[in-house]
Design a protein around this ligand. Structure first.
Ligand code: THU
Length: 131
């Protein structure tokens, strides 16, 4: 069931601060508890200081005391479903198991769903640190 995630992502996207790119993004994560956390992109005049919607949603989840993503949804006003940037794929992999489904979407309603493992093959994970 992801209609609630889509609604949450669309709603938070309205709050995106994207005056430089004009590209608003909304993300919603269902955590292991079932609670949905949301985030939007927050750009900055010092461009590299901007943050992605996925990062905001993950920060909200962790700040609330949760560390396990069960399902994710990202929506943007793009012609094709928006795909998370490389950094956000790594962030999603930190809290989402390989089989966690990430649905990417357009505002119009097109969707594409991929697993975290398919989004980030060969992920750098704790095994490389011998843990
Ligand atoms: N952006 C996201 O928030 N998430 C994505 O998955 C793709 C890109 C943001 C970053 C920047 O504020 C704007 O979209 C244009 O790159």
């Amino acid at each position: 069931m992801k209609t609630d995630l889509r609604a949450a992502a669309l709603a938070v996207r309205e709050n995106a601060h994207a005056p430089y790119s004009g590209f608003k993004v909304g993300a919603a994560l269902r955590a292991a508890s079932g609670v949905v956390y949301t985030g939007c992109n927050v750009e900055n005049i010092a461009y590299p200081e901007g943050t992605c919607a996925e990062a905001g949603a993950i920060a909200a989840m962790v700040a609330a005391g949760e560390t396990v993503i069960a399902q994710a949804y990202v929506v943007a006003g793009s012609p094709l479903p928006v795909t998370p940037c490389g950094g956000c794929r790594q962030k999603l992999a930190e809290f989402g198991a390989g089989d966690v489904q990430v649905t990417m979407a357009t505002v119009e309603g097109a969707e594409q769903t991929m697993s975290v493992a398919d989004l980030l093959p060969g992920a750098f994970d704790p095994s490389f640190l011998g843990r």
